[in-house]
Design a protein around this ligand. Structure first.
Ligand code: FMN
Length: 295
């Protein structure tokens, strides 16, 4: 027999059934007043650890999850008003101080990013952190070169047809009507005086990539990025999600090799980070595209 899924201490388990109630996969049940694995559901366990985390008598362990994986839970540290105020503090920052992002801040951002939800555990998202100036300069050169080729190809019907084929009918209009102009503007600025309109001279870039075979790998990567972004704000840093970087890294063998991105992984999103040069005086109100209350 393989490793047991749940180890229950029968002396302390009071048979309250909370673990069974909270399990998203119905992999626990009460047998003779004690928690037990539902053998027919054991293979469906996603090892989320909720049963262990909720047990009021700490009677449950999962050999697949080390005791260190579980930490004391803090009380809710703020109310809704403070949370909303915090969210309002976040803006896309594109002007940075000439100052690196300290290692202890990077560690904290990654720690917070790992708390993001995922389709099913464990995380499918991996992060590349680039903070060496020469490496960032190299990436910028690659971005300029690749987008330069795209702008050039867009200038003739054959090139446009090829790009349409590669991008697909849904993405092509955005490339044609928006990205092309952005890239042209950014490349002109770079060739004029080295201005960086892709990463805005940020001292750090994070790339988020995930295994194509993992469930919800795309959404997972965006969520991890979003958590990293909010953590950075909490630490006084500024960030911007950069959609222009992933497609270039994704199809560059050279960059993938440099960053250790495996073939089966797709680069989903990226984040620039740094100490903001300016502080905002106002927040901005935004509304969603629509809200339909179906009652
Ligand atoms: C998926 C996504 C991709 C983005 N890509 C870029 C980008 O390539 N360059 C950029 O300057 N900003 C980029 N942004 C930032 C948006 O422009 C910014 O969020 C928007 O203007 C709203 O401003 P705020 O974030 O300050 O509220 C991106 C944002 C998202 C969500």
């Amino acid at each position: 027999m393989g490793t047991q899924l749940h180890l229950v201490d029968p002396d302390t388990c009071r048979g309250d059934g909370i673990c069974a109630d909270i399990c998203p996969e119905n992999a626990l049940e009460m047998v003779d007043g004690t928690a037990a694995t539902v053998e027919s559901r054991a293979d469906h366990c996603i090892v989320c650890g909720q049963c262990v985390a909720v047990c009021p008598t700490e009677s449950l362990r999962m050999p697949q999850l080390s005791a260190e994986a579980f930490r004391e839970l803090p009380r809710l540290p703020f109310g809704y008003g403070e949370f909303l105020d915090f969210l309002k503090l976040r803006r896309s920052v594109r002007v940075f101080k000439d100052r690196p992002v300290e290692q202890n801040l990077t560690d904290k951002i990654l720690e917070a990013a790992a708390t993001a939800p995922m389709g099913i555990p464990p995380h499918s998202t991996a992060v590349v952190v680039i903070d060496r100036r020469d490496e960032l300069d190299f990436l910028l050169k690659e971005l300029v070169e690749d987008y330069g080729k795209m702008v050039q190809a867009m200038a003739n019907p054959m090139g446009r047809a090829m790009i349409r084929l590669a991008a697909g009918a849904e993405d092509y209009p955005i490339l044609r009507d928006y990205i092309r102009d952005l890239a042209k503007y950014a490349n002109d600025a770079y060739h004029r005086d080295g201005t960086d309109r892709y990463m805005y001279n940020a001292p750090m870039v994070m790339l988020f990539h995930g295994n194509r075979r993992a469930m919800s790998y795309e959404e997972n990567a965006h969520l991890v990025c979003h958590h990293a972004m909010l953590a950075a704000v909490a630490l006084g840093l500024g960030t911007t999600i950069i959609g222009m970087i992933p497609p270039i890294v994704e199809r560059s063998k050279l960059l993938r090799k440099r960053y250790g991105i495996p073939k089966e992984n797709k680069v989903m999103t990226s984040l620039i980070l740094g100490h903001p040069k300016y502080s905002y005086r106002k927040s901005i109100r935004r509304d969603l595209a629509g809200v339909n209350l179906v009652r």
